[in-house]
Design a protein around this ligand. Sequence first.
Ligand code: GDP
Ligand code: MG
Length: 184
Amino acid sequence: MTFYINEEQMEDYLFKIVLIGDSAVGKSNLLARFARDEFYSNSKSTIGVEFQTQKIDIEGKEIKAQIWDTAGQERFRAVTSAYYRGAVGALLVYDISRRQTFDSIGRWLNELHTHSDMNVVTILVGNKSDLKDAREVSTAEGKVLAEAQGLFFMETSALDSSNVSAAFQTVVKEIYNILSRKVI
Ligand code: GDP
Ligand code: MG
């Protein structure tokens, strides 16, 4: 990242975070679970929501994150550059029960790098960890890819809440650390 802000400014600063990944991997439900502690068994949650502002506690400070969700346009591979503009963080999501969504990660990373003007703090998220019997992508594979690409990594479940807050918090905390020049 190319600029630094002091601790006071940090509390007024809005961290733009984008959710990306193939259709139906659970992006909208991760946001619904994180922001409202809700879950939708159909894909209704995708429609209409543009972004949600959420306060996140980092080391006793209230950080405001503006989390962007796609309105389903990823179905047509048509996520616009406006979606990425100004993003400082990203959750790159696949579905551990659908290998095809894991195979798309490279394409999403390319798109992120093409459209964003700074080094976006990114976490690779293997969602639907509750679907144990349907797993097609192992935890180890996710880890290896994340390490190779320099990404954080976590498996989550929007259904049972596992690691959902942790995933968002990991990104926000890292941005916070970079912006405040803290060495971790
Ligand atoms: P999006 O298209 O990436 O926004 O995906 P949605 O959030 O709309 O979810 C797509 C479908 O997957 C919906 O039927 C959700 O109920 C389901 N889903 C989302 N997250 C999970 C999860 O963690 N576990 C399970 N079992 N289903 C999920
Ligand atoms: Mg959606």
